[in-house]
Design a protein around this ligand. Structure first.
Ligand code: ATP
Length: 239
């Protein structure tokens, strides 16, 4: 079966700066895949470009989602195909309530009558959001904002979600909670690709991983193998 998401000889240029240098990646339906690597390796650029959030002039190569070439598509078009990026928690609308924030995620939906039901599903997954449904987004804790950002992507009923550093700025206990939610979402059938600085938690969560180094894929494999690889251990897992 063809992968749900595939990058073929994908490059990204910020002007003359060749940031991502011809990478190939596949994510199969139902999988959870992570991209790890040092600062500046090109992880965020790759994720943002898949989501249509970078300048399309810088893209070379192919990005194929669900059988369709999507390189150069705008973000809303990509999202409408069922590929949704979970923007970092700090991108929640601070002056909107939790519920209003969640509903902004549903703007692409045509089946509006089911939205209420789906809101309930999101509150069931994140009871903390239900308790705080009338609270302003800007007053939530970092972890709650991250959950809200995930909920906002889920209300779109995506086939696949992309997350950029879900652990960023969160206390360890909250990181565990957020990754537990991501695992559950994946086990319910949503394909997941996430970028993560915390290589240990990334490789302990995902099925497969790609290690990026200065714009290239230096290594790839099952996380269980990467976790015991001497080079990965030395460079990314603190020995
Ligand atoms: P980090 O973990 O630090 O976010 P990353 O692997 O996600 O790193 P990117 O953010 O994709 O890396 O950055 C890759 C390279 O592209 C870096 O050298 C960065 O400075 C450069 N870069 C990112 N955004 C721009 C931009 N708008 N204009 C020019 N160069 C950029």
């Amino acid at each position: 079966m063809a992968p749900l998401l595939e990058l073929q000889d994908f490059h990204y240029y910020y002007g003359n700066i060749h940031t991502v240098k011809g990478i190939n990646m596949q994510v199969n339906e139902g999988e959870m895949v992570t991209i790890i690597g040092a600062n500046g390796a090109g992880k965020t650029t790759t994720l943002q470009t898949i989501s249509g959030l970078t300048n399309s002039k810088g893209v070379r190569g192919k990005i194929i989602f669900d059988g369709k070439e999507i390189q150069g598509f705008h973000g809303h078009k990509v999202a409408s195909l069922g590929l949704c990026q979970v923007l970092e928690g700090r991108h929640v609308f601070s002056k909107l309530t939790v519920e209003e924030n969640l509903l902004t995620g549903a703007y692409l939906r045509k089946d509006t009558k089911n939205i209420k039901e789906d809101l309930k599903g999101i509150y069931k997954r994140f009871p903390r959001l239900e308790e705080r449904r009338t609270q302003l987004g800007g007053t939530l804790s970092g972890g709650e904002q991250q959950m809200l950002a995930i909920g906002r992507a889920l209300i779109n009923k995506p086939k696949m979600i992309l997350l950029d550093e879900p652990s960023l700025g969160l206390a360890p206990v909250i990181v565990k909670e957020v990754f537990k939610a991501i695992r559950e979402i994946n086990s319910e059938g949503v394909t997941v690709l996430f970028v993560e600085q915390n290589s240990k938690i990334a490789l302990n969560t995902a099925h497969r991983g790609y290690v990026m180094q200065v714009g290239e894929v230096a290594m790839e494999g099952f996380c269980k193998d990467l976790l015991v690889d001497e080079e990965v251990k030395k460079a990314y897992l603190g020995g």
